[in-house]
Design a protein around this ligand. Structure first.
Ligand code: NA7
Length: 863
């Protein structure tokens, strides 16, 4: 096996690839397959990338190795046998060397060569690169296969240079064996690298002191032979198994549970946790419950069960306590897989120093000084992590259009399209770049997916005689937002992790990887190409084309709800009888999360114009009186009751600190227009008159409603103004019906596929009001006189057939001199904002709504 081929760099190639790890090797293979002329540069003296540098004792992958392997060539898989469930670094390196030799890749790799600068030449439509040896190379496409965890963080500790003993960095470990026998050793850092090497260093060292700043969650790897069940599945159907991995959430075939930690009984919780603990797999412990990544209560259940294990393993109670992570939800920092890590602290010569109690003051000539003690040591091992994901990309001077560097462009955080490219840097591809699943997934599956996409893209560009590709700013901004939306519904941004860039001083705090899943991500990438390179500008000698757009605009949890509903293949509601539609809505309501607790909920009746009307009252826990809101439920005047909007009313009560009186009005078709409007107006009058008895502050009343209830709230304001009372403080109209004109653009753009359809809306209107009545302001408040109405908060949802009429009402109110706050719920559908605790992305919108309502009342009363 040749260790290093180091011929001079060619002056001109089609493609330059930086990095000869998993990514660079496979990229080269695919480029050659297409007959492209490519060269790979790597600073190292051999292939391996991450697995070349991270040679510290105990270094292993933390994804089962049968899954952490290339799948592009069945013969390669057949000819290679892994010896362990989690292979060691030497075995993975040997595998990559085998791959390089098997496909004769080394002849196009220049080892010991760093690309020191790269600049785009727009006139020539080529990248100009300079290597550390001073060579100039130009290429049409430049691929950064430089890895996510390849740039070690330099230990940012005072006095590092002064120390006279041996210093090791886990990410830059020497090639010769390091012998710690007879030595006093310090390890700084307890991430995966520290946790993997500590048990092995403890076997040799006479004394081992572990300096821990943040304890980490770790579960036993239960290493051994490759798991028989996976091998059997692979043997039975290799292609099926690999395809399942490609379309899985994390890049490994596995079942996703539907057990929620919040609702599961204690014995089920325990049993699921124990099974995951025994499995010794990251994705198993990350998937004990379906809600542990988003719900703090569910997450804490898993976290505490792990802490119980730590306390059971570690003999000394103080040490055990210090080893228990408490400052971040489980999984939000990458958990570790260990082999005897916690047990190591039971050894008499191993000691844990908790840097939270006694921080490091400085490294001295002989060791480490903390605020509590001085430690003399013969060797220090820094397992202090990496400038992850963006570090390797911006550490080289890469300048794109107009000389702007990637570092400057990403000053406030990376911006990419699909984690593959970035605007302003034509023909530059990143493998597993920020905003792609990368480190949250099985890296090899994600690497293959990126490279296949790039290879396919280059082939298509050549076929179409395109020589320049660049994402548009619109597409990029949309993807960055979507990636952020995905992170925001999880607990991940709550941790100071390297996923957030929080481990490197001065690095912007942005969630770096894409958390929407390998499957969802792959689908997005496919759609981009299948729909004509959405969001890319393509140029060639024959001209330019650009199918500009944003590939994912729905909130991710809204998209999940829509997918789920589509998979149920329910009959459209407008094809049901009214009775069946009502029963269906009730059945759905029985399945939903209940919403937050409030102080008190009571049911009552109030007098309506044609008999009693039921209502439900929600009272905040604090001593009253409180502002008072009369609320009208949604359901197209046909469906619903004071029950149907229960979670939303609880949420409104909890967020605003107001008493909510949710009124059940008469429904169509039994009681057609104007019954509902008359009931709503009468109810508002009664609630205002009885404010004190209901626990409300006497005086102006606030009215609120969702959908058809929003229509009623708007109508009540007009009727009250015209009748000279009751006095209304303000109106909250949530995705309201304001007009019977079904011809607005949002009806056609959002008329299908977003729960409330144009057809269903027509069905509602047909049941509610006769054609000639619909033009009356009492049915279509947009057609009424709007001057003199109370201030309004109007919420519209982007993917709602009603979004245009809601927006039109907000505009018309403003034109009539009414103070209006228009909240546009980006990526939401008509129903998603009321899906409390089921659609988490609705919560910030409801928070904004509640804050806006506060302006109706004299004093801030947010509860
Ligand atoms: P990590 O996970 O970033 O861990 C680095 C550790 O070093 C972590 O415990 C840090 O504590 C600690 N650290 C960093 N700087 C200091 C200073 N100045 N003083 C004390 N302690 C410090 O890197 P790894 O190499 O272990 O793992 C990276 C990934 O590789 C891993 O997740 C797997 O995906 C493979 P902190 O948490 O910042 O308080």
């Amino acid at each position: 096996m040749a260790m290093s081929v180091n011929g001079s760099a060619p002056a001109e190639v089609d493609v330059v690839v930086v990095g000869a790890g998993f990514s660079g090797l496979y990229m080269l293979y695919r480029l050659r397959e297409q007959g492209l002329d490519a060269v790979v540069f790597d600073e190292a003296s051999d292939v391996g990338g991450t697995w070349y540098w991270n040679r510290y004792p105990g270094a292993r992958c933390d994804v089962p190795t049968v899954d952490y392997a290339f799948s592009f060539d069945p013969r390669l898989e057949r000819d290679w046998t892994w010896s362990e469930k989690y292979a060691t670094q030497p075995e993975i390196l040997a595998y990559l060397q085998h791959v390089a030799d098997r496909y004769d890749l080394r002849r196009d790799i220049r080892f010991g060569t760093r690309v020191s600068a790269a600049a785009w030449d727009e006139a020539a439509r080529r990248w100009r690169l300079r290597t550390g040896h001073g060579d100039e190379v130009t290429c049409q496409y430049y691929v950064m296969a430089s890895g996510c965890l390849s740039l070690p963080k330099t230990p940012d500790i005072e006095g590092v240079d002064r120390y006279r003993g041996e210093v090791y960095l886990t990410g830059r470990w020497p090639h010769d064996r390091v012998d710690f026998s007879g030595k006093r050793v310090a390890v700084v850092g307890t991430g995966s690298s520290g946790i993997q090497c500590i048990p092995l260093i403890a076997r040799e060292a006479t004394r081992l002191t572990v300096f821990q700043r943040t304890p980490n969650f770790s579960v036993p790897a239960h290493n051994g032979p490759p798991p028989a069940d996976r091998l059997a599945r692979l043997a039975a159907d290799r292609d099926g198994y690999r395809e399942a991995a490609r379309w899985s959430r994390g890049g490994i075939p596995m079942e996703i549970t539907d057990v929620s930690g919040v609702t599961a009984p204690e014995d089920v919780r325990r049993q699921r946790f124990e099974a995951a603990w025994q499995a010794g797999e990251l994705f198993a412990i990350l998937g004990v419950f379906n809600d542990q990544g988003i719900n703090p209560v569910s997450n804490e259940l898993v976290a505490e069960m792990i802490r119980e294990k730590i306390r059971a393993i570690v003999g000394d109670a103080d040490t055990a306590d210090a080893l228990c992570p408490k400052d971040h939800p489980f999984g939000t920092k990458r958990p570790c897989l260990d082999s005897g890590y916690f047990e190591t602290f039971n050894l008499p010569h191993v000691r844990l120093v908790d840097l939270r109690r006694t921080p490091i003051v400085a490294i001295t000539e002989d060791g480490i000084d903390t605020t509590g003690e001085s430690f003399e040591v013969d060797a220090i091992v820094f397992a202090t992590g990496f400038d992850a994901m963006t570090g390797p990309l911006v550490s080289v001077s890469v300048s794109g259009m107009d000389g702007v560097t990637l570092k400057d462009k990403w000053e406030h955080g990376p911006a990419t399209y699909l984690g593959l490219m970035t605007a302003g840097f034509p023909n530059l591809f990143m493998i597993t770049g920020p905003q792609s699943p990368s480190v949250l997934s099985n890296m090899v599956v994600s690497i293959e997916q990126h490279i296949d996409w790039i290879a396919d893209c280059l082939r298509r560009l050549r076929e179409d005689k395109i020589d320049r590709i660049e994402p548009t700013p619109l597409a990029e901004a949309g993807w960055v937002r979507h990636s952020q939306d995905c992170a925001d519904i999880t607990l991940y941004p709550r941790a100071n992790s390297w996923y957030m860039g929080a481990n490197v001083p001065g690095k912007p705090r942005v969630f770096l990887p894409y958390i929407g899943g390998v499957d969802a991500y792959r689908r997005a990438c496919q759609e981009v190409t299948e729909n004509g390179f959405v969001g890319f500008r393509l140029d060639g000698p024959a001209g330019s084309r650009c199918n500009d757009g944003v590939i994912r605009r729905l909130q991710p949890d809204v998209a999940m709800v829509l997918d789920l509903m589509a998979s149920l293949e329910l009959p459209p509601m407008e094809t049901m009888s009214v009775a069946d539609a009502r029963a269906f809505i009730e059945a759905l309501a029985a399945e939903r999360p209940p919403g937050p607790d409030v102080g008190e909920i009571t049911d009552g009746v109030l007098p309506g114009p044609a008999g009693d009307l039921g209502y439900r009252l929600y009272r905040p826990p604090s001593a009253g009186p409180h502002p008072l809101i009369a609320y009208f439920h949604g359901g197209g005047w046909v469906l619903g009751s004071q029950d149907s909007d229960d979670p939303f009313c609880r949420d409104l009560c909890a967020r605003t600190g107001a008493v909510i009186v949710s009124v059940n009005y008469r429904h169509a078709p039994e009681h057609r227009f104007p019954a509902a409007a008359d009931d709503a107006f009468a109810a508002a009058g009664w609630i205002a008159a009885n404010a004190a008895a209901l626990g409300g502050i006497p005086g102006p009343l606030t009215v609120a409603g969702w959908s058809a209830g929003g229509n009623l709230a708007a109508v009540v304001c007009q009727l009250a103004r015209d009748a000279g009372g009751p006095e209304i403080a303000g109106q909250l109209l949530l995705t309201p019906v304001t007009d019977a004109d079904l011809g607005r653009p949002s009806y056609s753009a959002n008329g299908e596929g977003f729960v409330l359809t144009a057809a269903l809306m027509r069905w509602f209107w047909d049941h509610y009001a006769r054609e000639p009545d619909r033009a009356q302001p009492k049915a279509s408040p947009l057609r009424g006189t709007l001057a003199g109405l109370p201030p309004a908060v109007v919420v519209t949802a982007e993917f709602d057939p009603l979004s245009d009429e809601g927006g039109a009402y907000a505009e018309a109110l403003a034109s009539a001199g009414v103070p209006v706050r228009h909240i546009r719920a980006r990526g939401h559908v008509h129903t998603s904002l009321t899906m409390v605790d089921a659609v988490i992305s609705g919560a910030p919108v409801r928070a904004e709504m509640a804050e806006a309502l506060g302006s109706f009342w004299p004093e801030p009363v947010l509860g």
